[in-house]
Design a protein around this ligand. Structure first.
Ligand SMILES: C[S@@+](CC[C@H](N)C(=O)[O-])C[C@H]1O[C@@H](n2cnc3c(N)ncnc32)[C@H](O)[C@@H]1O
Length: 483
C-alpha cells in the first residue's frame, strides 16, 4: 500500500473518487408549517425515482420513500418536510406487504439511518437491473421519442453485485476517524464492513487511523497497488497503473490516483470492447475522442487505425492530458488537446469516427451539432446518465444521426448512482414545489407514472435519473456525401 501526502489539490474539474457532492435526489425542503419529521405514515409504494427512493402519495402529498420498492405497502417514518410541504421524504421502517423481489440486505449498515452508499441492497440483483432498464426506456421515450426495449447487462464476472468497488471516498469526522456518510447527512458513520468494496480496499486500515486535519480519504485499488490519498493534503495522489484486458484490445495506462478511472474492475474492458466492436475502425481512419480522460478509447482506437490513421483527443483536465500524452508516447499519430469540448467544437478536425464520453451533464446541443457537421461514418456515445443521452440523441437526430444500437451496463450494482464517475449531476431546483425537485420517474412494475416533462429540456441540465452506463452507436440517417 502506498500513502500519498503533500501536493496541492487540483480544485476545479477534479475527477472524484466517490464524490461527496453527488446528487442525492430532490432538494431538501425547509420544513414548512408544523414539522412532520418522525411521524409514521402508511403508504402504497409506486414507481421508482432517481435518488434511490420510490414515489408514494399520502394525504395529497408526494412522499419519496427509501428502503422500499415498487408494489410494497410500508410504514414509513418521515425524515424531512412539514404540514405545508407538497413533498416529504421518508424511510420505510416496517414492510407490511413485501415485493417478491425483496431480499435481506447483506450489509449490516444498509437500512434506515445507516450508510448512504447503497440504495438497493434490499432488492434482488435481477430486479435492480429491471428498475434501471425501465429508467433508460423511459428517458429514451420521453426525451428522444424512441420506443425500444432495454436490457441492463451485468459486467463480465459480476455474479453477485458485491466486491466491485475499487475506488471509494471515506469522510473524516471531527474525531479524525474515517467512515461513510448516512444518506443526506454530514455525520460520519463508523463502518465495520462494506460488501460492495473490493476486498483490498478495506485491508488498508484507513478505518483504524487518526486522520485529523484531513477532510476525506480516497482509497484506490489499482493494478499497480492500493493507494490511500488524504484529501486535501494528498493532492491528486501518486501515479498509478491500470491494465485493460479486453477481448479486442489490451493495454496499460498511467494516471493520477485521483484522476478519472472506472470504478468497477471489469468496466473499462467492457466499454472498450463495445466501442471498438461498434465502430469497426479501419486502417487509416481518422478518429476524434472527446472527453478523452487519459486516453482509454484514444489508445484502443489508435491501434485499430494504425500509423496511417490519426486520433485527436480532447480533454479539459491538464493532469489527464499530460498523462494521456505519456500513455500515447509510442503512438505519434495520437494528439491530445487540452480544452473544453464545447470551446474546441468549432475547430475540430474532420473525422471518420467520433467517441463522446461526457460527464453526467452530457455533451449538449452545440457539441452534438458540431460533431454531426463533421459527417463521421459512425459515432459512439458512452453515457453515464440516460436522460442526458436521450436529450443528446434527439439533437443528433436533428443533425442527421440515428441510434443504431444501444447497450446498457450495470456498472454500480446495489447503488442508484455512480459516485466514482466524474459524471456529476447538476442539482436542480424544483418545477413546482417547496424546493423539492420531482425527479425523473419510471414505471417499472406497472405502476402509474406521475406526470413529467413531455418535451426535452433545454441543455445543459437534463432531468436526473438512475445511473446506468450506456454505449449508444449512432449512424447517419441517410448516406452522406463527405466534402
Ligand atoms: C466520463 S470521463 C471519461 C474519460 C475517458 N473517456 C475514460 O473512459 O477513461 C469524462 C472526462 O471528461 C472530462 N471533461 C469534463 N468536462 C469536460 C469538458 N467540458 N470538455 C472536455 N473534457 C471534459 C473529465 O475531466 C473526464 O476526464
Amino acid at each position: 500500500m502506498t500513502r500519498s501526502h503533500g501536493g496541492r489539490s487540483r480544485g476545479r474539474n477534479r475527477p472524484g473518487v466517490g464524490r461527496r457532492d453527488r446528487y442525492a435526489g430532490p432538494r431538501a425542503a425547509a420544513a414548512r408549517g408544523e414539522s412532520l419529521v418522525g411521524t409514521v405514515i402508511e403508504v402504497e409504494v409506486g414507481s421508482v425515482a432517481h435518488g434511490g427512493f420510490c414515489v408514494a402519495r399520502h394525504e395529497g402529498r408526494v412522499v419519496f420513500v427509501r428502503h422500499t420498492m415498487p408494489g410494497e405497502r410500508v410504514r414509513a417514518r418521515v425524515t424531512e418536510g412539514g404540514t405545508e410541504n407538497r413533498f416529504l421524504r421518508a424511510d420505510a421502517v416496517e414492510i407490511l406487504t413485501a415485493a417478491a423481489e425483496r431480499v435481506d440486505p447483506r450489509c449490516r449498515h444498509a437500512g434506515p439511518g445507516g450508510c448512504g452508499g447503497c440504495d438497493w441492497q434490499h432488492v434482488s440483483l435481477p430486479a435492480q437491473r429491471e428498475l434501471k432498464a425501465a429508467v433508460v426506456e423511459e428517458q429514451l421515450r420521453r426525451l428522444a421519442g424512441l420506443e425500444r426495449p432495454v436490457r441492463v447487462e451485468a459486467l463480465p464476472g459480476d455474479d453477485s453485485g458485491f466486491h466491485w468497488r475499487t475506488r471509494m471516498e471515506f469522510a473524516v469526522g471531527p474525531d479524525g476517524r474515517a467512515g461513510l456518510r448516512p444518506h443526506r447527512s454530514h455525520a460520519v458513520l463508523p463502518i465495520t464492513e462494506c460488501p460492495i468494496a473490493h476486498p483490498d480496499l478495506l485491508t488498508t486500515d484507513v478505518l483504524g487511523q487518526d486522520w485529523t486535519g484531513e477532510r476525506a480519504l480516497d482509497v484506490v485499488v489499482a493494478d499497480s497497488g492500493t493507494v490511500v490519498v488524504p484529501v486535501p493534503s494528498g493532492g491528486s495522489g501518486p501515479e498509478i497503473t491500470q491494465l485493460v484486458a479486453a477481448d479486442r484490445w489490451s493495454g496499460e495506462l498511467r494516471l493520477a490516483a485521483r484522476g478519472f478511472w472506472q470504478v468497477h474492475p471489469s468496466a473499462a474492458a467492457a466499454l472498450v470492447d463495445r466501442v471498438l466492436g461498434g465502430l469497426a475502425a479501419q486502417r487509416g481512419e481518422r478518429v476524434l475522442d472527446l472527453y478523452a480522460g487519459v486516453g482509454l478509447f484514444a489508445l484502443a482506437l489508435a491501434d485499430a487505425v494504425g500509423a496511417s490513421g490519426a486520433v485527436h483527443a480532447v480533454e479539459s483536465d491538464a493532469r489527464a492530458v499530460a498523462d494521456g500524452m505519456g500513455n500515447a508516447v509510442d503512438r505519434p499519430w495520437v494528439s491530445f488537446r487540452q480544452a473544453r469540448v464545447e470551446q474546441a467544437a468549432a475547430t475540430l478536425p474532420s473525422a471518420d469516427l467520433v467517441v463522446l464520453d461526457p460527464p453526467r451533464t452530457g455533451a449538449g446541443r452545440a457539441v452534438i451539432e458540431a460533431v454531426c457537421r463533421l459527417k463521421p461514418r459512425a459515432i459512439a456515445y458512452v453515457a453515464c446518465d440516460p436522460a442526458a443521452l436521450a436529450r443528446d440523441l434527439a439533437y443528433a437526430r436533428d443533425g442527421g444521426y440515428v441510434l443504431a444500437d444501444l447497450t446498457a451496463y450495470d456498472l454500480f450494482p446495489m447503488t442508484q448512482h455512480g459516485s466514482g464517475r466524474e459524471c456529476r449531476p447538476a442539482e436542480r431546483g424544483a418545477p413546482g414545489g417547496a424546493g423539492l425537485a420531482p425527479p425523473g420517474r419510471v414505471r417499472p412494475f406497472g405502476h402509474p407514472a406521475l406526470p413529467g416533462p413531455e418535451t426535452p429540456p433545454t441543455d445543459p441540465p437534463p432531468p436526473m435519473t438512475q445511473h446506468v452506463e450506456c454505449v449508444a452507436l449512432l449512424q447517419p440517417a441517410a448516406p452522406q456525401r463527405r466534402d
